[in-house]
Design a protein around this ligand. Structure first.
Ligand code: PLP
Length: 409
């Protein structure tokens, strides 16, 4: 196992380089450390030496992240045609791309099947009639069947997919659908994903999913791989323990049993979450009878997870603490007129002042990716770090002209 620590906490980030980035590029800005992304990839490879490891691209499609992971030799699991295009452009070989089509729009199928890569990549179908739709379009390539394993897990009901009927063909139908897939193209794998945010404390659902997939693979026979999804959790709370990857790997191997097919995993969050922070500036400090409300320039349009999933992200002041300030309890709120637009409630920070720079931790996964233009708010900038000091702009901050560019006059 490589030597890098299993988690990079918000307190591990040096404040000076982050302050320099905020000075140069303004806020709100996402910062992504590409070396940490590569270290996370290496740790996964060490824990799962025999597995086919793919990056679930949806967690962060910033070009340098994709390029770094393509160079690290991992594959790409793509949820949409746009992600496939971006993965190809970033250097993932077509044969290492799996397109997991959840109710794929016709436009997605058309664009996937138009590319030269269509014959080399693997298309994962999660409904029987997706096979019909592929036949109608003349597809005869590599196929994988996504199965609903009937077990779910995850940090929030909205990311638990394993038992949700929307995802995959029912387990009881899986063998029959695999047979049909064989008549359509080259059936190379079976797939399931239990949900996102699996914690090391309870691997029961993960074990059960893998066990069921192992049983299925033995029944179907003659497969290249058994994909058991992603969902490897990261500790968002400062006092949470990191996931014990070797325990997950051991549980996976044991539960899969003796199968003549390669194990495939496809984490997203684990690769990028702790490689990213979001920088934001305090605009308002408002004492109220209940608490001190601080208003910052990032909100639910910048980082949607707290509003969407009640997700916790650590927040820290990057101001030099000389002389030390007393701490106080604050609610950290965004600039959107929605009650959900709160990045953190009842947090302890050094007494805030307007202009203070804050950092929000574990923001590399599903952060920039879920940013929106609600309230006509331009999306933030993304800066990448490589080596100890080298930083560069990866995505420039949007302007209002970017936001309105598609409007007809
Ligand atoms: N695979 C599939 C099919 C998914 O839907 C997802 C996330 O939604 C992932 C992998 C990645 O999950 P995570 O980022 O939690 O590892």
């Amino acid at each position: 196992m490589s030597e890098t620590p299993p988690i990079r906490r918000l307190s591990d980030w040096g404040p000076e380089p982050l302050r320099d980035i905020a000075d140069e590029w303004g806020t709100p800005t996402y910062v992504l450390d590409l070396d940490r992304v590569a270290a996370n990839a290496a740790r996964l490879a060490a824990a799962f030496p025999a597995a086919d490891i793919a990056y679930a691209v949806k967690a962060n499609t910033t070009r340098p992240v994709l390029e770094r992971l393509a160079a690290a030799g991992v594959g790409a699991e793509c949820a949409a045609a746009g992600e496939v295009e971006r993965a190809l452009a970033a250097g993932f070989p077509a044969e290492r791309i799996r397109y997991t089509a959840v109710n794929p729009p016709a436009r997605d199928l058309a664009s996937i099947l138009e590319t030269d890569a269509a014959t080399a990549m693997t298309v994962t179908v999660g409904a029987e009639d997706t096979l019909d739709r592929l036949v109608e379009r003349g597809f005869e390539g590599r196929l994988c069947v996504r199965v609903n394993p009937g077990v779910g897990a995850g940090h929030h009901e909205k990311v638990s997919t394993g038992a949700e009927p929307k995802f995959g063909v029912p387990y009881e139908r899986a063998t029959a659908v695999c047979e049909r897939a064989r008549a359509v193209g080259d059936l190379v794998g079976v797939h399931a994903h239990v949900g996102s945010g699996i914690s090391g404390d309870d691997l029961t659902a993960h074990r059960e999913l893998v066990r069921r997939m192992g049983d299925l693979a033995r029944t179907v026979g003659d497969l290249e791989f058994v994909a058991v999804g992603g969902g490897f959790g990261v500790p968002y709370h400062e006092n949470e323990s990191p996931l014990d990857l070797s325990a997950v790997a051991r549980a996976t191997r044991d539960a899969l049993g003796d199968v003549d097919a390669q194990l495939a995993i496809e984490p997203g969050r684990y690769f990028v979450a702790d490689a990213g922070v979001l920088l934001t500036t305090v605009n308002t400090v408002k004492p109220t009878p209940e608490t001190t409300v601080i208003g910052v320039d990032a909100g639910m349009t910048t980082l949607a997870r707290p509003a969407l999933y009640d997700a916790y992200h650590a927040v820290r002041s990057l101001e030099p603490d000389r002389p030390p300030k007393p701490t106080t309890h604050v609610d950290i709120t965004g600039p959107v007129c929605e009650t959900a637009d709160v990045l953190g409630r009842d947090r302890q920070l050094p007494e805030p002042t307007r202009g203070d720079l804050l950092a929000v931790g574990n923001a590399g996964a599903y952060g920039y990716e879920m940013a929106s233009n609600y309230n006509s708010r331009p999306r933030p900038a993304v800066v990448v770090l490589e080596g100890d000091t080298d930083s560069r702009l990866a995505v420039r901050r949007e302007t209002l002209a970017d936001v309105t560019r598609l409007e007809e006059p």
